[in-house]
Ligand binder design. Structure first.
Ligand code: BES
Ligand code: ZN
Length: 631
């Protein structure tokens, strides 16, 4: 059995070291490789388009091969080529058939010696990477806002390029905006302080296309430390600066274990609430949802996570989206190490337990093939591979290595790994090869305790996977049990000093342990027992959960409220869905609603109004849940 798995892994290794084919890109980087971009755009809010030019500098490995680029819904107006000088000659180009997931290839035959290609183009209003917000969707309500989200394969909807994480480019950009707005990019800002509608940037370090990012809006900046700061709308900037004041400490904590931060500045951009993700690790400028601003720093694990990507992801990048766990599993592991350094071991343990619980719950619902770290995404959108498997199973695998080889040895290994592969994009096979040579090989006795092939190529979790535990959570669970059994009334639960993580554990524990004995459960779809509304009401009266301003607690409570049909929370549910566009929150809430006919009707009624305010990426997910526009 195990031998077969090793065989399988050896095959992956062989195949991949020869050539890792990125099935999510039309590009041919082994024949013609884009090395640098010079971008210039006008940001046209009235038409919801970017209009401008992209000049691509290419390396010609094959003398005859054409340049093949990825595009999605781009309007290509003109293509020209040059042999390096300022003289451009008109070029022919063809745009192939458009695939729903991949978009369309743009093929440009290259004359001898040509190494520059200038493309004049504009985006379409439906570009999947762009969200154009009306003033009403911003905190200030007066100015429009634009932001991009390129990961996984959305960069091609705003820039014609080789949209594969295996292709790294440097770039410069010039952005023309309405005068009252400012532009920021995940790059070095060369614009100075003038708000003159003309902004310039450069990124000298080679990065994959999914990390190219731009935002335009009425933004302010506040410094957080010598090389850290935050951008947000004027209305949000003070709250954001207070909440994120530990950022510099986090950078130092990460550096102390994994080596210097290599990107110069680390700033955070707090976006309007329709940002579809919690955070996005755009280099030098993390993009973040405002839903992390809880007022008590309890949700800043997100900053630890996005910052960690400056090593695991941005420095060493997955070569294809099947290797995504190399980005997210490593980052989730690093995130917890940062939290431990800055906030202590208790906090790390709580986060690890919450993560494992999510993972196990998801494993119960996923197909076997999707529980594999090195996932097969044939015919699928890589965004669909973004489950807890790459994040939590990946992190648990690294924890297993750490626990087996000892922290000191494993830290040294990881630091060496980041140095060795710095500014490269690598495959799972390359990682396994490096692991064998630099850790496992030196101690076969310890190595036998970590079933690497099983971790990477088998569904579920190995039998001897680590079991994180938290003493604080054990106490919370005891309280939850007491309450469930009717032994402690809600207002006597000693929750005054509970952290957000303890609250999340309490709510999940209660939901998982509703027992017929204490609670006279009512029947819900799937015959899951539910808490009667009167019991939900006791918790709500004691702790004001429906009104919680903490997005994670509110989300957990609203999910529970749908499951238990706790009607007093429904207006808040509607408000939540109407104002927040973070996919991690809205998708599960719509899914839970859709489990009953009444719930689904309510979901559709809310979605009809909320949909125009959501990001195209969130819309794509919720459309599937609600079978839209079939409904
Ligand atoms: N890189 C991801 C976001 C992402 C993943 C965007 C896949 C597009 C496709 C980012 O680092 C991330 O993992 N964000 C998480 C937050 C984190 C604390 C787990 C999120 O947005 O929920
Ligand atoms: Zn991440």
């Amino acid at each position: 059995m195990c031998r077969l798995l090793f065989c399988l892994l050896a095959l992956i290794t062989l195949g991949e070291t020869v050539k890792a084919q990125d099935i999510h890109s039309y590009a041919n980087p082994s024949a013609v490789r884009v090395r640098h971009l010079d971008l210039d755009w006008n940001v046209l809010f009235d038409q919801k388009i970017l209009k401008g030019t992209a000049v691509l500098t290419v390396e010609r490995i094959s003398e005859t091969a054409p340049l093949v680029l990825d595009t999605r819904d781009l309007k290509i107006e003109k293509v020209e080529t040059s042999a390096g000088g300022a003289n451009y000659a008109p070029a022919t180009f063809t745009i192939g058939a458009s695939d729903k997931i991949l978009g369309a290839p743009l093929t440009i035959p290259l004359p001898a010696k040509a190494n520059r290609v200038r493309i004049q183009y504009s985006t379409s209003p439906g570009a999947t990477a762009l969200q154009w917000l009306d003033p009403a969707q911003t905190a200030g309500k007066k100015q429009p806002f634009l932001f991009t989200q390129s990961q996984s394969i959305h960069a091609r909807s705003w820039i014609p390029l080789q949209d594969s994480p295996a292709v790294r480019v440097t770039y410069t950009a010039r952005v023309h905006t309405p005068r009252q707005l400012i532009a920021v990019m995940a790059a070095e800002d060369l614009s100075g302080d003038a708000r003159d509608g003309d902004y310039q940037f450069k990124m000298d370090q080679p990065i994959p296309s999914y990390l190219i990012a731009l935002a335009v809006g009425d933004l302010r900046f506040k410094s957080l430390g010598p090389r850290t700061g935050v951008y947000a709308e004027p209305h949000t900037i003070d709250l954001a600066a207070r909440e994120l004041s530990d950022t510099e400490k986090m950078v130092m904590a990460t550096e102390s274990v994994y080596g210097p931060y290599r990107w110069g500045r680390y700033d955070i951009l707090v976006l309007p609430p329709s940002f579809p993700y919690g955070g996005m690790e755009n280099p030098r400028l993390t993009f973040a949802t405002p839903t992390i601003l809880a007022g008590d720093k309890s949700l800043v694990s997100l900053v630890a996570h996005e910052l960690a990507h400056s090593w695991s992801g941005n420095l060493v990048t997955n070569a294809t989206w099947s290797d995504f766990w190399l980005n997210e599993g490593f980052t989730t592991y690093l995130e917890r190490r940062i939290l431990e350094t800055v906030y202590g071991r208790d906090r790390e343990e709580m986060e690890a337990v919450l993560g494992l619980r999510d993972l196990k719950e998801e494993i119960d619902t996923l197909d076997d093939r999707d529980e594999i770290l090195h996932i097969d995404l044939t015919g699928r959108d890589p965004d669909d591979g973004s489950t807890d498997i790459p994040y939590e199973k990946g992190a648990l695998f690294l924890r297993h290595l750490e626990e087996t080889f000892g922290r000191e040895r494993f830290d040294r290994f990881l630091k060496g790994y980041f140095d060795h592969f710095a500014f490269q994009s690598i495959t799972t096979a390359q990682f396994v090869d490096y692991l064998n040579k630099n850790l496992l090989g030196e101690n076969p006795k310890l190595a036998r305790k970590v079933p690497v092939a099983e971790w990477i190529a088998k569904p579920g979790l190995p039998e001897n996977a680590p079991q994180p535990s938290s003493a604080a959570f054990t106490r919370v669970a005891e309280q939850a049990t007491q309450w469930l059994q009717g032994k402690t009334p809600a207002d006597k639960i000693p929750a005054a000093n509970w952290t957000t993580q303890e609250w999340l554990h309490f709510l999940r524990y209660v939901q998982d342990h509703i027992t017929p004995a204490g609670n006279k459960p009512i029947e819900t779809p799937g015959s899951r027992p539910a808490l009667p509304s009167a019991r939900m009401d006791q918790l709500d009266k004691a702790f004001h959960l429906t009104r919680s301003g903490n997005s994670e607690i509110a989300f957990q409570w609203l999910l529970m409220s749908i499951r238990n049909r706790y009607e007093p929370a429904y207006p808040r549910l509607e408000e939540f869905l109407m104002t927040i566009g973070r996919r991690k929150f809205i998708k599960p809430l719509y899914e839970e609603l859709a489990k009953t006919p009444e719930g689904k009707a309510r979901a559709i009624e809310i979605y009809r109004r909320a949909r125009p305010t959501y990001h195209p990426i969130a819309v794509a997910s919720v459309d599937v849940v609600l079978n839209w526009p079939g409904n």
